[in-house]
Write a protein that binds this ligand. Structure first.
Ligand code: COA
Length: 382
């Protein structure tokens, strides 16, 4: 059969949609959500504002923001049967698996004629953004043997999450730092999880199924799961001297093992989010003291720049994010769920965009198997 379109492994560089959600210039290290540089959004906007921008296309004015925040706050609670479900999961299970299973199950509680009902779609988006943090905090408490803590409507998105996790109101610096992390992770164009969301959305699957699909794709160590892997890797580096760190990196590269937190399909320079995370780490160090893991990370970045910078391998968003979450006191296996808590806004923005101009995703393939094989009866097979 004649091949009309060349096969591109991993669809690298192949456009999968016309989109106005997220702009990336991977040569210059520029990232914008709906035309606003991420640096400005991270410095000036709350996560709720950015979620509104992504999902509805515009930054909210004061009354719009107040009403969006009130809507989110009113949808934070989980149905008691969802909480019962969280109690049935094994304590040793990964929170990402608990999250994707719970979101999929939640869809059964909120059925609707979604594609034809703009109100249902809007409410589902609000429910998903509002409830993901409650699921993550609830599962974490339940697996430790504690009761889940009901959300508080008087706290912002990030402060409420930390309250539900720890049972006390976080200090402002900590809540703001987490909020900034959510802004930095809220959207990133056609990442694997977003592509999965668009593929599922293109079949008109319901929004809960779409987000559950995206969470599953996010969990892998080549995507969101890298933030956990980075912290484990940094802690496993046996020495702190530059020469020893270089030796460690050289050894790993020689064995053709990937170094977590480096490289990106889109960026051929340092990910701008990694730089912003370093600014956040500096602020947090003033309050919580310096983390030795951070010193190792900075030195490894220096060594990697010399070793593989010419190949376009630089820190990505996951390189420093685990260090921020660690300073904020989050357990390592909640790092990737935090990514999902943030990215749900981006997934929903893409879902809305996809169904507005939908054509179902159904790519072709390059056949490499045999055809017309002679059938052998079961008794005669070797
Ligand atoms: N460490 C060492 N080498 C790396 C590397 C890393 N982190 N990332 C890519 N490379 C090398 C590959 O080994 C490959 O080398 P080769 O051409 O000699 O075979 C080359 O760079 C291209 O890698 P590839 O995996 O095909 O690039 P990609 O564009 O498909 O990959 C990632 C992008 C993110 C999957 C990849 O950089 C990676 O696995 N990084 C580590 C995981 C990570 O941090 N993920 C989070 C992304 S936000």
């Amino acid at each position: 059969m004649a091949e009309t379109v060349p096969y591109v492994p991993g669809l690298a560089g192949v456009p999968a949609a016309h989109s106005s959600v997220c702009f990336i210039d991977g040569e210059a290290g520029r990232l914008q959500y709906r035309g606003y540089p991420v640096e400005i959004l991270a410095a000036r906007c709350s996560y709720e504002e950015v979620a509104h921008l992504l999902v509805f296309g515009e930054l909210p004015n004061e009354p719009q923001l107040a009403s969006f925040k009130a809507e989110l706050a009113s949808e934070r609670r989980l149905k008691f049967r969802i909480i019962d479900m969280l109690k049935l999961f094994p304590e040793s299970g990964h929170p990402m698996d608990a999250l994707s299973a719970t979101i999929a199950a939640m869809g059964m509680f909120y059925p609707g004629d979604h594609i034809h009902d703009a109100d249902y779609m809007r409410l589902s988006a609000v429910r998903l953004i509002a409830k993901l943090p409650t699921i993550v905090a609830g599962f974490h408490r339940i697996r430790r043997g504690d009761d889940p803590i009901a959300p508080r409507a008087d706290l912002g998105h990030s402060a409420n999450f930390l309250y539900m996790l720890h049972g006390k109101e976080p200090e402002l610096l900590v809540a703001n730092a987490l909020d900034k992390m959510l802004v930095l992770h809220a959207e990133h164009s056609m990442a694997p999880s977003t592509f999965c969301a668009r593929v599922a959305g293109s079949t008109f699957a319901d929004p809960f199924a779409v987000v559950s699909t995206a969470v599953t794709a996010l969990s892998g160590p080549l995507h969101g799961g890298a933030n956990e892997a980075v912290l484990r890797m940094l802690r496993s580096i046996p020495a702190t001297q530059p020469s020893a760190i270089r030796e460690w990196a050289e050894d790993r590269l020689e064995r053709r093992e990937k170094i977590s937190g480096f490289g990106h399909r889109e960026y051929k320079c340092k990910d701008p989010r990694a730089t912003l995370e370093q600014g956040l780490i500096d602020e947090l160090h003033e309050r919580f003291g310096r983390s030795s893991t951070y010193d190792t990370a900075v030195e490894l970045e220096v060594q990697m720049r010399e070793l593989v910078g010419s190949r376009g391998l630089f820190p990505n968003v996951d390189y420093y994010s685990g260090i921020v979450y660690d300073i904020l006191g989050l357990p390592t296996d909640l790092f990737t769920p935090m990514y999902a808590v943030a990215r749900v806004a981006g997934w929903l923005a893409h879902l809305f965009e996809q169904i507005e101009h939908n054509r179902m995703f159904r790519p072709s393939q390059v056949w490499v198997g045999e055809i017309d094989r002679p059938f052998v009866a079961r008794a005669d097979r070797r």
